[in-house]
Write a protein that binds this ligand. Sequence first.
Ligand code: MFK
Length: 555
Amino acid sequence: MAFNQPAPQLGNQYTTDRVLRSYLARALPAQMLKEIEREFIELGELAGDELYRLQLGDRLNEPVHTPWDAWGNRIDHIEVSPLWKRAERLAAESGLIATAYERRHGRHSRIHQFALVHLFTPATDVYSCPLAMTDGAARALIASGNKALIDRAVPHLTSRDPAQFWTSGQWMTESTGGSDVGLTETTAKRDGECWRLYGRKWFTSAATSQMALTLARPEGNPGGGKGLALFYVESRNAGGQLDHILVHRLKDKLGTRKVPTAELTLDGTPATAVAGEADGVRNIAPMLNVTRTWNSVSAVSYMRRGLALARDYAAKRIAFGAPLAEKPLHVDTLAGLQAEYEAGFHLAFFAVELLGRDETDGLDAAGRDLLRLLTPIAKLVTGKQSVAVLSEILESFGGAGYIEDTGLPLLLRDAQVFPIWEGTTNVLSLDVLRALQSGSALSALQIEIETLASSVRDLHLLECAKAAQAAMQHTQQWIAKASGDVIEAGARRFAMTLGRAFALLLLCRQAQWSLDHEKDPRALAAAARFAQNGVDMIAAEDLVFSNSLANDGPA
Ligand code: MFK
């Protein structure tokens, strides 16, 4: 019989995730965790077993767009994959959105919700995309204070009943640009009490949603983001047809291929203004901040999925006379990736904690500035980590990692979207600079840094905390000196350094807790390794660049 390599298996994705379990044990009241842990165990079991098998079996199914029926009627039907249909029911019944709005556990409800998201995302072929937008839409509608729309839509968006549950789109991107949203060309014309929208939306993710929030420029308004208004659209009319919306085609994408991302035209689409007739970018920002948080947790959850598969494979795959798990270089490689996962996890969940506190009135102005700062930072750091980690994960399988029907390549292709949608790394780095303008964000961060550093006693962890604090100091020295083009050119290194150094401190706190309460040194090892991977991206590079700009003026 020929030799076959063993296929990797997944166990229960909750019980085998030390990082998630140890974090929840530290961050949640013991009684709360006892009450809700069954939900994690059940979803973890589904994720590692039945849903994983469905994913492998469903691999080649992709959404199909049928523009016309046999009799020439325009129908624009989009048929999604079987796993997506299952995921929609599961998401409603498991309260993937509802948990955050029922707030059974006050400020901890967001942690509860995002722990479910962490288990759900890698098991459901990016069904987290419509869910992220649904959560964001509920949040933006509530923030708008528009009672009629809140009463109409939020009960659907937050329902646990699959028959009542709606998802929402976030129709922002036009061909003029996904980053510079102020260039939006879609116009809004008054129609009695309502509005009608005219324009082309170039990337509309999850085009099967029952509603969407979108931006358009009311006639006569000035250009730029301030001249846009935020609109609420219900996709279908009472007869179930798309309401003055034409779907042209689905995008042919590198990854997230189960997500039906459409190009569509709004051709007199009825719409309701959500919050006045201007300031659309400001009014959609609460949605963006929620979807960016989903992005952070989803990026982290993909790293975890890759590591779970790679670790299982390493235990079974024998090469050069021993399992890979006994080969020092292989183990060392996985340890470097595990450290990235652990640090990214704590960064993403810190943003989640702040969001939960903000929604339950637990944040003062400085805390809100900190949330505003850390949301894009968590997104940009974890997005980049996930691509780098998944690339290495594929390599850790050798040639098998490059073969489609192992199900491995799609992990990397899907992960590649995390640094792109919801704001590219560069756009978010500039957003970080904007978030600092409030003044108190950096001092709020400094207070957190000192609190985290003071929670550490172990000598190795003290060294790590010192490295993180030195990197933080570096960012502060740099931002105090840099200006103009130098600041913009260094914005990514600045944001990355803030994020990675802060992530290291969060990991140090968890590691100390884990030593004290679990006698477990593995988080400590991860912290040491993450520090070694590098947290200070500024180094001398920016100072050199700033000098060269100064010396190399126009000829
Ligand atoms: C698994 C997870 C899945 C996630 C779901 C993905 C599916 C969805 C796919 C997509 O829709 S991808 C498209 C996402 N698009 C973006 O993320 C846009 C990226 N571009 C930016 O973020 C730009 O920075 C921005 C559009 C905001 C720049 O536009 P402007 O008009 O130059 O904004 P400006 O002047 O900076 O800000 C306008 C107002 O909004 C200001 O308030 P004021 O009017 O009071 O001065 C800002 O403070 C406020 N603002 C902007 N960003 C904010 C914000 N407020 C709070 N939080 C923010 N993040």
